[in-house]
Write a protein that binds this ligand. Structure first.
Ligand SMILES: [Fe+2]
Length: 202
């Protein structure tokens, strides 16, 4: 399904991750939904071309020690395959906290990390899309933020999402979250770590 692109050959571990991610997202995205349309744009761009493979300096801040616990949680088979493929990539990523912790709880900076798999600064560097992950320790709220591109989240653990048009919602093991362009949004973990993949066209 995932083919090497015109601008380079895709790293096999990234290709494998992308393949199982597309299967999992498309299996659970309702027909004709915004989530499906936005995710399809991201996957179509990936199919059309591959970005440049980059040897990112791996970074493993202390919060990453909760990753094995997050990956070990129970989930449906399609998402289990995403978690497994992601687990193999995780040590290669440049995990880092978000640039601004404005409005966040005092332990936020040390208690979460983000990493880009495909996109600016990712293992596959390109400017036209982002595919990355967020990891949060238990009982933590990610501060409200917004960005111009729309966004789809695939949750790999329990967790709750909020946006300016939606009350706090746990999407459940088969749910997806869609954030329209520019909307204020946030997420929070409960008793377990939160691990989620995000996809943004643009
Ligand atoms: Fe976001």
């Amino acid at each position: 399904m995932t083919m090497p692109g015109a601008h380079g050959h895709r790293d096999p571990a990234i290709a494998g991750f992308l393949d199982v991610l597309e299967t999992a997202v498309m299996a659970d995205a309702p027909p004709a939904s915004d989530a499906r349309r936005a995710a399809a744009r991201v996957f179509d761009r990936c199919r059309h071309s591959a970005g440049k493979s980059v040897a990112v300096d791996p970074a493993w801040p202390p919060v990453c020690d909760v990753l094995p616990m997050a990956l070990a949680l129970d989930r449906p088979p399609a998402r289990r395959r995403v978690a497994e493929a992601f687990g193999a990539l995780a040590p290669r990523l440049g995990w880092k906290p978000r640039a601004s912790a404005a409005g966040a709880d005092g332990r936020f900076p040390e208690s979460h990390a983000n990493a880009t798999v495909i996109g600016p600064g990712g293992l596959e560097d390109r400017q036209d899309l982002h595919i990355g992950v967020s990891l949060m320790a238990p009982d933590l709220t990610y501060p409200d933020h917004d960005h111009p591109p729309e966004e789809v989240y695939l949750a790999l653990t329990p967790g709750e999402w909020w946006n300016a048009r939606m009350d706090w919602t746990d999407p459940g093991p088969h749910g997806l979250i869609y954030n329209p362009p520019g909307i204020r949004h946030a997420m929070r973990s409960g008793a377990t770590p939160l691990l989620a993949v995000w996809l943004l066209p643009g």
